[in-house]
Design a protein around this ligand. Structure first.
Ligand code: 1VU
Length: 333
């Protein structure tokens, strides 16, 4: 530069449109024939059939058989993804779980609990490579859908190792936060505000985004009965969404619809987003990069977010064309 100061390069990247529609993730104990059968009739994004904490040690062998038999039957019509939570690698039971469930025809994903370090995922990855090479994400076999892994983050050690965990497996497609085990590990008491989990939840959502992992599933809401249960769940979902999560673990069918609604864009949010998109088209054609809407500044990242909301709203069935028509005269202030 003329003044002799070193030239600084500042990279400004275009905001990415993310279309992440992962929402409720219903836990179904595999040891319960009643719950397995009930899940068949439910409408849920992911059903996660559990072999871990909800199954006692004595029930594990029969639960493995039940889930393999369930996953060998025709797919439940309204569940997008069928996953199995195996036992932790450190439990010594993971290999037996994997050997039982991997061949089940309708298995879409594995949830690996108590992932504390990259080696926990290396173990599972090696088993998958060996036993199911055709379901590796870069397999040339186009007739086999890649198998996904989701890692449960449940300890202080896991939080400090998030970067290496996120890079540990080509199968990894998301992170799930397990608040109860995390509270146990740190001797925390769960409070209604959930502030004790703020650092861990932010770290999980941020790391997943940094490594392009599409699914970020937030903690379980343990109250599920009555109006109070619904209110608590709604508040938790909105807080989790605000931290960057795109899904919620559910433990009871009554929680599913509430979580689905909370994670989808609301009518008001979709309307605001459409106004931004239309206003920006006009601002752009008159050469304005920054403008205002309702007294607030709109610029490139806000427009990027609005476009992502419109896209999500469309995928969630909101009539975005009707919104475009309604707001076609929106002008940038
Ligand atoms: O109306 P129906 O009689 O046909 O069905 C009952 C019930 O069977 C069914 N149901 C479920 N179906 C599938 N998956 C479920 N998780 C599930 N829970 C209930 O829904 C109908 C109404 O049930 P309910 O109100 O009578 O509920 P229950 O008293 O039977 O069960 C309540 C609990 C909480 C015990 C049950 O929902 C449950 O076991 N949930 C899963 C708990 C779990 O998996 N915990 C460990 C994973 S969470 C974790 O580890 C955090 C990381």
């Amino acid at each position: 530069s003329p003044a002799g100061a070193p030239l600084q390069l500042v990279a400004i990247s275009a905001p990415q449109l993310q279309l992440q529609l992962t929402k409720p993730h219903l836990q179904v104990p595999s040891s319960s024939p009643k719950f397995l059968e009930k899940s068949r009739s439910l409408k849920v994004d992911t059903a996660c059939y559990d072999l871990e904490d909800s199954v006692t040690p004595a029930q594990k062998p029969s639960a493995r058989q039940s889930i393999v038999s369930f996953l060998s039957q025709p797919r439940p019509p309204h569940i997008s993804e069928l996953s199995v939570r195996i036992n932790a690698v450190s439990s010594g039971l993971a290999l037996q779980d994997l050997t039982s469930v991997l061949e089940a025809p309708n298995l879409d994903a594995l949830v690996i609990p108590k992932v504390n370090r990259a080696s926990d995922l290396h173990f599972v990855t090696d088993v998958l490579r060996h036993k199911l090479p055709q379901r590796h994400p870069s397999s040339p076999d186009a007739s086999s859908k890649p198998l996904k892994i989701l890692a449960l983050i449940e300890s202080a050690e896991a939080i400090t190792n998030l970067n290496e965990i996120c890079k540990a497996s080509p199968y990894l497609s998301g992170l799930i936060f397990a608040a109860e085990d995390f509270a146990l590990d740190l001797s925390l008491t769960r409070t209604p505000s959930l502030t004790e989990f703020l650092y861990a939840r932010s770290a999980i959502a941020t790391s997943a985004r940094a490594h392009d992992l599409p699914s970020t599933i937030d903690l379980v809401c343990t109250s599920f009965r009555g109006a109070e249960g619904v209110k608590t769940l709604e508040e938790e979902c909105l807080q989790g969404k605000g931290l960057g999560f795109n899904g919620k673990q559910c433990i009871h069918p009554s929680q599913v619809e509430v979580a689905q609604r909370a994670f989808a864009p609301g009518e008001k949010e979709a309307e605001w987003a459409m106004r931004v998109v239309i206003g920006d088209e006009k601002a752009d054609s008159s050469g304005r990069g920054a403008w205002t809407l309702d007294g607030k500044m709109i610029d490139v990242p806000v427009v990027g977010k609005a476009k992502a909301i419109v896209k999500k709203a469309e995928a969630c069935g909101i009539d975005v064309e009707a919104l475009r028509e309604k707001w076609k005269h929106q002008e940038p202030e």
